[in-house]
Design a protein around this ligand. Structure first.
Ligand code: NAI
Length: 274
């Protein structure tokens, strides 16, 4: 019960990582206000628990973010913010992307996080401190995991986390990021516009593949990220700020050949000449 008496806001809380985190924080005693554009999903989750509330919030709108945070604050304070809402963004390569699509993706994935911090920090400061966690991605660290506009925004989230942590330390506000690997959520099927009727089938296939791409041979689940976010947001991490926690089952620790004996490997080829 690390969050007994605490109040949290989770953006993108209607689905996937945000949903699992809202449930985890509530399970550990928090009141959680989720903000999302998915009103049906948000309301359904709020109806499932008297520790969870919902307010419609489009994180590309500054006023929506400010009002979501103010509602939580008005109900008794704001201790935790999880800046998590997101989607795949523009799919285009750098030699074809339109400026407007680039801007939309940065607005959803980067500006939203900056504005979340911007509006949460004063509310937390007046309460004597707080904890902010931002969702980045392994695509921030290496190419090949997501389109360029998304990957660039997620990399900037890491630096934003670091600099904001430095600026807000004097208010006892900690700022950290979580870096998920492949996590079985709706994000992939949504990004590919898979029709609703085929979503379950697509998600099952994605989960199956995602279970085999990293050293930890199982599918990453939203609850894996929720556990990391709960740690970073809790007093267990009271000496942790301006950093990030990679939760990817080892996906980014090395080449496939370093953990998979079946993968093509230069060293294995050289063995023939020993
Ligand atoms: P998801 O699609 O299950 O959940 C995303 C939620 O954000 C949805 O409820 C959606 O309605 C909401 N959302 C989208 N645009 C919004 C907006 N403008 N305003 C408010 N809410 C909005 O996807 P998932 O996987 O849970 O994604 C959560 C975060 O995790 C995202 O930032 C994503 O980029 C990040 N992430 C996900 C990974 C994965 O493998 N699933 C890997 C790395 C990062």
């Amino acid at each position: 019960m690390r969050f007994e008496g605490k109040r949290a806001v989770v953006t993108g809380g209607a689905s996937g990582i945000g949903r699992a985190t809202a449930l985890r924080l509530a399970e550990e005693g928090a009141f959680v206000l989720i903000g999302d554009v998915d009103q049906a999903g948000g309301r359904a989750l709020a109806e499932s628990s008297n520790r969870i509330g919902f307010r419609r919030c489009d994180v590309t709108e500054e006023s929506d973010i400010a009002e979501l945070l103010a509602e939580c604050d008005g109900g008794g304070g704001l201790d935790v913010l999880f800046n998590n809402a997101g989607a795949g963004g523009a799919p285009d390569r750098i030699d074809e992307i339109a400026a407007a699509d680039w801007d939309r993706t940065q607005s959803l994935l980067l500006r939203s996080v900056a504005l979340g911090i911007r509006h949460a920090a004063p509310l937390m400061a007046k309460r004597g401190g707080g904890a902010i966690v931002n969702t980045s991605s392994i695509s921030a660290m290496q190419s090949g995991y997501a389109p360029i506009a998304y990957s660039t925004a997620k990399a900037a989230v890491l630096h934003l986390t670091q600099v904001a942590a430095a600026e807000l330390a004097r208010h006892r506000v900690r700022v950290n990021a979580v870096v998920p690997g492949f996590i079985a959520t709706n994000i992939f099927a949504r990004h590919l516009d898979v029709p609703e009727a085929q979503r379950a089938q697509a998600n099952a296939l994605i989960a199956q593949v995602a279970g085999k791409v990293q050293p930890v041979q199982r599918t990453g689940q939203p609850e894996d990220i929720a556990a990391a976010v709960a740690y970073l947001a809790s007093d267990d991490a009271s000496f942790v700020t301006g950093t990030h926690l990679v939760v990817d089952g080892g996906l980014t620790i090395g080449t496939r050949a370093s953990w998979d004996a079946e993968a093509p490997s230069l060293f294995a080829a050289l063995e023939a000449f020993r």
